[in-house]
Design a protein around this ligand. Structure first.
Ligand code: ADP
Ligand code: MG
Length: 735
């Protein structure tokens, strides 16, 4: 239940509806007990041949007699007390002395008589009231009386049904509104989390929480507001009525309550654990689905269907196994509770029947009824206890759903409990448009991993780099050398483990994320577009951009040139993740999006790797204009002469370390690693027919010169040098 408490703030906003629903629940409960109590009248009329009028008369008479009797008794008690006081006063004159035993007993008797008198006078008054007001309505004839009782029963049930309907509607709306707010909060919180935390958790885990788990949670909340309020109230009113009919026998039936409580508790624990497991398994199913459908192309190309089917089957079976645990416990709850309840009812009915059949009021000297128990009393007791049974049985069947929902809420709130790994350092500093320098100072970084067993090597080790504003830095290096990691520190996808990144002398941890990111334009390796039109995808870079600005950005990134192939032009929808465009087309749109932002820092992480050589050359031409007045990081595998025209510096990365930095010519002279990369580039020329021969050919200095001489300058290209050179796919194929 502790989990439900966390939902209170959400529910509290709609408290007026909650109160109203509770009122209706109370109406339902009262009518429930009232309709059941009518059995009493039915038995009276049908079995004992009385009409309601005569019954009422006899009731009033008996009440009157009781009043007279009790008053008489009270007078006698008063007298006795007075006498006692007098005799004791003569013996022991100390005022305020402790009362004698006899006096205490008399006082207790007096109390009891007074109470009985009050009950009897209530009965008398109520009887008279009914007689006065309703006598005209109450038929004399027995059958008519019976028909009337049934009419009242139907009417009461109709009112009860209406109250139930209103209550359910109220609760339903409170639940849906609360869950909606919760979902919203979770989403907002997830968006506030940092990239690292989210990517570690995985999309599937989040998706399953947002869909499956929240649904289960709302189911429980619905029950909590609806039946969980109503059913116990129904049970309680019945129990109270039963106490009124005969408290001794009713109390006897309560002996099983502790046993029931223990059973409920134990099953609850088991259920919660099992439910946690099922939801965990469901999230794995999501993961499997996500991976399969996202990687459909590869699944098809590599005939991976069987493999994925097996994996899915495995996850599915796992889910089945854990769900069966829940089902088993769930299935056990109802029968167990029902058995206990029946035993409980028997505990009171057996002695009750004994009293009725033997015309007695006590068993083994224990008084169990005020007078000999009447058959109508026993039957109404039976009906009332059965009326208690039904709500509790219902409760037991929804108990499991409640527990599951509690587990689900726990999982949903886990999302809200995830703390972002990025902390805003204080004091907060304003970052004016970047105009001085970007400094990486003794930066160390290691990726976090969920499996704590294997330590990952540092992705960046002691990186020191100072870049003046307006520089165009070309970052080169083998795959996995840490180029992307380095530039990803700028928009704070991650924070360095040690060291700092400074823009214009301000540690970026002190800058508001929003301010920081508003200055950065980014095109990543895996270009992601949203399922929208090209126009809107570009506008994503700057939501208040004018039409002309968007056109200009599209022009620079050579998006408009695509419109021969995309007849709908800007209105072309790109499909989920942009999958209706080719890789190169996607990259161009992503580039336009980044350019539109008019960033002071532009990061192009292999942004044109899939763009065809001609367009790439054109884009680079335009970039030459665009990069003026901006600091640019350009990660690329192909350093073309065009890039070199506007590049001010080349940075070479190797195994997370910054190996060398300088101009292209300097590095060719001084940095063996750069030379190696450069040579590999020249041998990996993109002439498809020659590529294989050349890639396998020994790399020599003359080779470099020769190929450089015959190649058009912009197709010089770096091939990865780490062993998989031979597998390197010629870039021309990328489109
Ligand atoms: P590249 O120079 O090719 O851009 P990266 O910076 O992407 O290289 O990667 C550097 C190293 O960090 C690699 O060894 C890679 O395995 C590791 N790495 C990259 N991204 C992650 C990640 N999200 N989680 C864990 N390790 C990563
Ligand atoms: Mg990379």
């Amino acid at each position: 239940m502790d989990q439900f408490a966390r939902l209170l703030p959400y529910v509290w906003r709609h408290r007026s509806k909650v109160y109203l629903s509770m009122f209706f629940a109370l109406v339902v409960a009262l009518l429930w007990a009232a309709t059941l109590s009518m059995t009493f009248l039915v038995v009276k009329v049908l079995l004992q041949g009385q009409s309601l009028q005569s019954y009422l008369n006899s009731e009033i008479q008996s009440a009157e007699q009781e009043i007279i009797k009790r008053e008489q008794e009270l007078r006698e008690l008063d007298q006795e007390l007075a006498e006692l006081a007098f005799s004791e006063a003569s013996i022991n004159a100390v005022p305020g002395a402790p009362k004698s035993k006899k006096e205490v007993k008399l006082l207790q008797q007096q109390d009891q008589r007074r109470r009985q008198l009050s009950v009897a006078s209530h009965r008398f008054v109520a009887g008279q009231w009914i007689q006065r007001r309703m006598l005209g309505w109450i038929p004399e004839d027995q059958f008519n009386t019976y028909a009337l009782i049934l009419c009242v029963l139907v009417l009461a049930t109709a009112i009860k049904g209406t109250a139930m309907f209103i209550q359910d509607m109220l609760v339903g709306s409170v639940v849906e509104l609360s869950v909606m707010a919760l979902r919203k909060d979770c989403f907002r919180h997830s968006l506030d989390l940092d990239y690292q935390t989210l990517s570690l958790r995985g999309t599937a885990a989040l998706m399953s929480r947002f869909t499956n788990d929240i649904n289960i949670a709302s189911d429980g909340l619905n029950l909590l507001g609806g039946r969980i309020v109503r059913e116990p109230l129904k049970a309680a009113t019945c129990i109270l009525a039963a106490f009124y009919v005969n408290w001794q026998l009713t109390a006897l039936s309560l002996v099983c309550v502790p046993l029931m409580a223990v059973t409920f508790h134990r099953y609850g624990q088991l259920l919660k654990r099992a439910s946690h497991h099922t939801m965990e398994r469901m999230s794995r199913i999501y993961k499997s689905l996500e991976e399969t459908f996202d990687g459909m192309k590869i699944v098809i190309a590599f005939n991976g269907a069987r493999r994925h089917r097996l994996r899915f089957h495995h996850e599915n079976k796992d889910y089945y196994r854990t769900s069966m645990k829940v089902v088993r416990i769930d299935a056990l709850t109802s029968p167990t509770i029902e058995l206990l309840l029946t035993v409980a009812v028997c505990f009171s009915l057996l002695p009750g029947a004994f009293l009725v059949l033997r015309h007695e009021d006590s068993i083994w000297g224990v008084k169990l009824a005020a007078g000999p128990l009447q058959i109508e009393d026993l039957s109404v007791l039976y009906v009332l206890l059965a009326g208690t049974l039904d709500p509790i049985r219902k409760l037991s069947s929804i108990y499991s759903r409640l527990k599951r929902s509690s587990a689900a809420i726990e999982r949903v709130f886990e999302v809200l409990d995830w703390k972002p790994a990025l902390k805003q350092a204080l004091p907060i500093q304003l970052l004016p448009r970047h105009s001085q320098s970007i400094v990486f100072k003794k930066v160390y970084f290691k990726y976090a991993s969920t499996e704590e067993v294997t330590e990952r090597p540092d992705a960046l080790t002691d990186v020191n780099l100072k870049i003046a504003a307006g520089e165009v830095v070309v970052v080169v290096g083998e795959n996995g050398s840490g180029k992307s990691t380095l530039v990803n520190l700028l928009p704070r996808y991650y924070d360095p483990e040690r060291g700092s990144v400074q823009i214009d002398g301000i540690d970026i941890r002190h800058v508001r994320l929003r301010d920081l990111r508003s200055q950065i334009g980014l095109v990543t390796q895996e270009t992601l577009l949203f399922d929208d039109t090209i126009y809107d995808n570009i506008r994503y870079g700057k939501s208040d951009a004018t039409h002309a600005e968007i056109h200009a950005a599209a022009e620079k990134a050579h998006v408009t040139q695509l419109f021969d192939q995309l007849p709908e032009g800007f209105e072309t929808r790109v499909g989920p993740r942009g999958n209706r465009l080719s890789g190169g087309q996607r990259q161009r749109v992503a580039l336009a999006r980044a350019l539109l932002r008019d960033p002071s820092i532009l990061i192009l992480d292999e942004a044109t790797s899939a763009v065809d050589a001609q367009s790439e050359s054109l884009i680079h031409q335009c970039l030459g204009d665009f990069v003026k007045g901006r600091t640019v990081f350009l990660i690329t595998h192909s350093v073309t002469s065009q890039i070199l025209e506007f590049a001010t510096r080349v940075v070479v990365m190797e195994q997370g370390q910054l190996l060398a930095t300088g101009s292209h010519e300097e590095l060719l002279q001084s940095c063996p690693a750069y030379q190696r990369l450069y040579r590999a580039q020249t041998t990996g020329r993109s002439d498809d027919s020659l590529a294989e021969v050349r890639l396998n050919a020994p790399v020599t200095g003359s080779n470099v010169e020769a190929s450089a001489a015959i190649d058009p300058p912009h197709v010089i290209k770096f091939a990865p040098t780490n062993g998989d050179v031979a597998n390197h796919e010629p870039r021309r194929k990328a489109n």
